[in-house]
Each structure stands twice: as C-alpha cells, then as structure tokens.
Design a protein around this ligand. Sequence first.
Ligand SMILES: [Zn+2]
Length: 321
Amino acid sequence: MMSEWELKRQMCEIGRRIYQSGFVAANDGNISVRAGNGRYLCTPTGVSKGFLKPTDIAVVNDAGKQVEGAIPRTSEILLHLEIFHELDWVNAVVHAHPPHATAFAVAGIDVPSCILPEVEIFIGQVPLAEYDTPGGKDFAETILPYLRNKANTILLANHGAVACDSTLEKAYYHMETLDMYCRILLLSKEIGSVQQLPDQKVRELMDLKKQMGIADPRLDGDGELCSLSGSDEFLRGFSTRAIPQHTADSNGHGRGNGIAGLPSQAGEPQPIPASPTGPFPAVVAGRSIAGSSSTTAQRRAADDEIERLVQLITDQIVAGS
Ligand SMILES: [Zn+2]
C-alpha cells in the first residue's frame, strides 16, 4: 500500500500526463484516490493538472467535506465519491475532457463497440450518461446506472469522460485508451468506413476478458454483444455507402451490426450509394448534428453566393459599357 505522500506524488504525475496529452485545457479535469479510513485525496480547484504539487492535493471525507489542504477541493468531488461509494473495488477516478471522446459526447452519439480488441478487453462498451450541470448531486447521479452495469469508462454528455479502476494508473490508461480509440474511429470514418469484428471473434475476446478477471455485462449475458443505441448514427452520418445489415461477404467476413463495409477483396459488385451526398441526415434526439444534411445546405448557400457575385459583376460590366 502506497503512503498518502506517494499517492499525492502519483496524482501530480498523472495530472501532468493528462495535461500534456491535451485531455484537459487550463484548470479543467480532476483526479481522486481512495486513501483508506474514510479519506479521499483529490485535486484542488483552480489549479492546472499540468502544474500540481503534492502539497496542493486536498483531502476530503466520505461526505465530500474538506479536512486537509490549503486550496479548496475540486467542485466535482461528488461525482468521484458516487463512484467510490458504489464500487468498493475502485480506488482511483480520473475525469477529463479528451477531445476525440468528448466529440462523441457532444454529438450525443454512442461510441461503437466491437472494433478494436484491446478496447473490448480493457474498457468494453462505453455508455453515454445524460447531461446535468457539473458539480451537483444530480450531476453525480447521472453515472449511477452505468456503474451498476460494470462500466469503468463513461462519457458525460456535452462535457467529457470519467474513468475508474483499482489503481490510478489503470484509471488513467482507460482515459488514454478511450481517446485514442475515438480518434481512430474518426480517422477511419474519414478514410471511408469502420469495420466491426464478427460476433464469433468478439466472443473469443470475451473469453479472454473472463480469464483476465475483468468485468463486462456481456459476460453475464446482459445487453447486446456489439450494439449500442446510437452507434449506427455515427456510422451513417458520414458514410457515402449503403450500409449492409448483418451480411457476410464471400470471404466469410461478417459485417456485424450495421457497419459500412469496405469493398470485398473478391472484387464482387458493391452496393450502390443511396445518394451521392450521404444516405441519412444525422439527427440525434431531435437536434441536428454536423453531417450530410448540413453539408448539403452549406454547399447550396455557397452556390447561391457565387451566383449573386456573378450577377453583381455582370451588372457592373453592363453599367460601365
Ligand atoms: Zn469536467
């Protein structure tokens, strides 16, 4: 067991990594560690995670009341305590705003699962908790259902992400894995498509996960193996291909749950795109997000502007002649 001083030093080191990785700006984000005997170490408010000193770290009790430290504790400690109280095996919590993951949280789109093996094993499916004003009890409680469903990494709508585990290093790694994963997803999308692993291969990963003793609701048969509501929105919003559902190509590669497929290596004819500007308008929960529909509108506005300029120049030439 590390001493409180060693834990504080580790919190400063993880804070530096979070800041240098660009997972937080300015004084954003917070870190906490369960120190035992009802004591929790947490980062102070108004101090950049990139420049923390061990003496800056605050100590709070079970209720979030500060018992040590010269600088007031983070205002988001209630979120951390909600996790510590709910999951007795968790000893560390990291909250940050990693840009690629937060982009999903802002778009209101679930991160699709069953794409990268390490992600399936170490963080699994990443739920998206509903938005509430940061700092309060209601905000802290938004993550409760997902904690009870064994998630160790949760997206916070229009805000950021929170990760937890038995050690601070593991909790930080989940944050790093999440943002790297989301970055790869966005890049793959830009290239053209996202390929999902076949169900059988995902089951093999679940077996590995079980052997490693990492919890996942899918191991108990809870929820779908490879689908989160809203994932299809991400996959549809930018794709210019028709999306085959539950089909396999002639090489036997499964296409999972509604993932746009790459052209088959066998070279057989591919589905014709439903429309050249993208098949579906991307609308989530009644709000429009950046996608094919707004791109079309922008293009139309640009065309109108060009037409207006041509007319203006023509009028001036006519007037001058
Ligand atoms: Zn935050």
